[in-house]
Design a protein around this ligand. Structure first.
Ligand code: NAP
Length: 315
């Protein structure tokens, strides 16, 4: 006699990939729980304006988009639980066991959509001044830097978009990038180049952050000339890439050397019945538009996996 699981599907992570997966599994009438560690929305929830998600010709705020996604999924029966996951395992009858701090839940299929978190650079002063001038979220902290000169580190979409966003509050933004060409989308670059409050500092890396109570300056180094210089800034925003939230699944599914989950194009991981969707997996383009596609595919693949198990049991 096979023990019935608590849920048909458990989804780990409440960003666009997880919420879309939940929408699809609930519409397939699969009993689904989504577990989110902090708050639903992932990185989108801290994005002021989303302009490249189709269907919103004037753009849409990140929080509004995610709230719509959450309400839509809940309307079809998605249950959402807040809690950190301490571990995953595969138990009796191939059921997946999800260990939370106070209990363990089982499911037939599991979808990992736990996203990413910002990288830290590890320079002197970074950890000491975190929350006291060193920030990883412009939308959360921007208003605290009103009227100051600040530095943004990085040259990707996050650094340049958030640098432009910060000009709403601050006097001047130095975007400090290690190369002489930005990685950000061209349209995002143009906005930075045309913004009088932004100064691009090319071929330069951050060596240290200075300050006692709060940040009062940084030391930077030109990587071509080796010349060191000091900039007087009241804040530093770090946007030097992201790392996957995959600590809880170490040893359960195969990940690449940076920790991103390896999947096939049906979002299957190395472990049967476990799927991954969105930024957490190895992929070319990490965007909301690709995350929702992953979520839908993972949900469909999970549904097929569950159907196949049922057929195998009855035959
Ligand atoms: P990213 O695209 O990986 O860019 C990270 C930036 O940090 C790069 O410019 C990189 O330099 C620089 N960097 C990395 N390590 C560094 C180091 N040790 N020292 C100095 N600089 C360093 O990361 P992201 O901007 O956080 O974006 C993450 C993902 O989300 C991307 O796929 C991005 O496209 C996506 N995203 C999309 C949007 C949007 O569509 N509107 C908005 C935000 C994020 P190099 O360029 O030299 O490698």
């Amino acid at each position: 006699m096979i023990t019935p699981p608590d849920y048909d599907v458990i989804i780990v992570g409440g960003g666009p990939a997880g919420l879309t997966a939940g929408l699809y599994t609930c519409r397939a009438r699969l009993k689904t729980l989504l577990i989110e560690e902090m708050f639903v929305g992932g990185q989108v929830a801290t994005t002021e304006m989303v302009e490249n998600y189709p269907g919103f010709k004037n753009g849409i705020s990140g929080p509004e988009l995610i709230q719509n996604m959450e309400e839509q999924a809940k309307k079809f029966g998605l249950e959402i639980l807040t809690g950190g996951i301490e571990g995953l395992s595969v138990g009796k009858d191939d059921l997946k066991q999800v260990k939370l701090s106070n209990r363990e839940l089982s499911c037939t299929a599991l979808i990992i959509a736990s996203g990413t978190k910002p990288n830290e650079l590890g320079v002197k002063g970074e950890s000491e001044l975190k929350g006291r001038g060193v920030s990883y979220c412009a939308t959360c902290d921007g208003p605290f830097f009103r009227g100051l000169d600040i530095a943004v580190i990085g040259g990707g979409n996050s650094a340049v978009e958030e640098g432009v966003f910060l000009t709403k509050y601050v006097k001047k933004v130095y975007i400090i990038h290690r190369r002489n060409e930005l990685r950000a989308d061209k349209i995002v670059q143009e906005r930075a180049f045309n913004n009088e409050k932004i100064e691009l500092v090319w071929d330069t890396v951050l060596d240290s952050i200075d300050g006692d109570e709060t940040v009062n300056g940084i030391e930077v180094r030109n990587v071509k000339t080796g010349v060191l210089s000091k900039l007087k800034v009241g804040g530093v925003f770090m946007y030097v890439g992201v790392k996957p939230n995959t600590e809880f699944l170490k040893g359960v599914v195969t990940v690449d050397k940076r920790g991103f989950v390896i999947t096939d194009d049906e979002m299957k991981t190395s472990e049967p019945g476990m799927f991954a969707a969105g930024d957490v997996r190895v992929k070319l383009l990490r965007q909301i538009a690709t995350a929702v596609g992953d979520g839908a595919t993972a949900a469909f693949a999970a549904e097929r996996y569950i159907e196949d198990l049922k057929h195998a049991e009855t035959n």
